[in-house]
Write a protein that binds this ligand. Structure first.
Ligand SMILES: *Cc1c(COP(=O)(O)O)cnc(C)c1O
Length: 397
């Protein structure tokens, strides 16, 4: 461990504040470090391993495809990519998909498509995107510029032109920020990195009405909350509203890097040949895996279990809140993305849980985030809650 740590410090850019654990193996909701110590995983690689670690069917598909064909470029046809696109469009509002390799890349594609579509229709100058304070859309130059958090911008100025921020959950604020240059509204259906912030009832549907009235595109960033996380395949399904563009990544490959931008036919036609591309987009390797992920997660029984266990998790955490009312200010979430807002910084509790073999994380300084693999069981939830109870008791003793 000490060797690895010093070698890491020597040779890897120090962009991450890593916790002192070296993982070597995973299975379901469990991880093991190099000493054989077992951990219960309530983070799932930040909402990525939704089917858990080392899922046997995923491992099988991955191995089979690796032996068959890994990559040939998008100069040719490959079957897994086409099958995945067909399944994604069958299961969503969308007609067309563009494949990339990450959430940031999916959002880059969405921003580029919105600009292209709007400038094709309305002429140059219509390229501004309204996004939300507290949002997170990625770390490339355009997506960090779209992100409504100063700490993400700092030191990288000048930012990409054309992004305006308004408060999340206010349609009036979007209305007030509109100009003749606006082409799209970009929003996470539930803010993840911003502290697990849920939309008010009707907020997203009202945004859609506003967008329609002004011929703006509504873009949902479902990179974190898509793929079953909230108990439906996509988070927008619970809002009675469809976007014009949606982005996916994190859990789409259960750990393999794959992102996707989905759009209606009418909007997607703005991406003519030569307008956008990426070398690795939709390789047979990642798309064959993503197809199996999608087939497993979209099963109604699977999603029902997510809703049930999500309800149980939220209930247990609400009970915990009543026992530690001075410390816990709020418990909120949907399905298996749940945040617990504290009255003080949360990182010390993340570390205290880790010492007891439970992995959670902290977002937005004071919000403990629980995003376990979607296959989590009640006894796992019980374990998490008893460990949290212990660390909170210790804090207030
Ligand atoms: C993680 C995340 C991204 C960025 O995804 P990367 O794969 O890290 O580029 C974008 N949007 C949201 C909502 C995310 O949670």
């Amino acid at each position: 461990m000490d060797d690895i740590r010093s070698s890491c410090q020597r040779n890897i850019c120090s962009t991450y504040a890593r916790l002192p654990v070296l993982f070597v193996r995973g299975q379901g909701c469990r991880l093991w470090d190099e000493n054989g110590t077992e951990y219960l995983d309530f983070l799932a690689g930040i909402a990525v391993c939704n089917l858990g670690h080392s899922h046997p069917e995923i491992a099988q598909v991955l191995c089979d495809q690796a032996k068959q064909l890994i990559h040939v470029s998008n100069l040719f046809f490959t079957e897994p990519q086409v099958k995945l696109a067909a399944e994604l469009t069958r299961l969503s509002f969308a007609d067309k998909v563009f494949f990339g390799n990450s959430g940031a890349e999916a959002n880059e594609a969405a921003i580029k498509l919105a600009r292209k579509y709007s400038q094709d229709r309305h002429g140059p100058g219509r390229f501004h995107v309204i996004s939300m304070r507290g949002s997170f859309h990625g770390r490339t130059l355009a997506t960090l510029s779209a992100t409504g958090q100063e700490k993400v911008h700092k030191g990288f100025e000048p930012l990409v032109e054309g992004f305006t921020f308004v408060d999340f959950n206010s349609v009036d604020a979007v209305q007030a920020a509109l100009t003749e240059h606006t082409c799209a509204v970009l929003v996470e259906p539930i803010q993840g990195e911003g502290g697990i912030n849920l939309p008010k009832p009707g907020y997203l549907a009202d945004l859609k009405v506003l967008c329609k009235r002004h011929d703006l595109l509504l873009i949902f960033d479902e990179v974190q909350v898509g793929m079953g996380r909230t108990g439906t395949l996509f988070a927008y399904e619970q809002e009675g509203v469809t976007p014009d563009i949606m982005t996916l990544a994190k859990a789409l490959g259960n750990g393999l890097p794959v992102g996707a931008m989905l759009a209606s036919d009418e909007v997607a036609q703005a991406f003519a040949p030569g307008t956008h591309a990426t070398t690795f987009g939709g390789t047979p390797l990642v798309t064959s895996v993503a197809l199996r992920v999608l087939q497993l997660i979209s099963q109604p029984d699977f999603l029902k279990r997510v809703r049930q266990n999500g309800g149980y998790l939220k209930q247990c955490l609400a009970d915990l809140q009543s026992r530690h009312a001075s410390l816990i200010k709020d418990v909120r979430g949907r399905g298996l993305i749940v945040g617990m807002e504290l009255d003080r910084p949360g990182q010390q509790f993340v570390e205290a849980c880790l010492k007891r073999g439970v992995i959670i994380n902290c977002t937005h300084d004071t919000v403990l985030r629980m995003v376990p693999p979607l296959i989590v069981e009640r006894r796992d939830i019980d374990r998490l809650v008893s460990v949290l109870d212990e660390v909170f008791q210790e804090e207030t003793a």
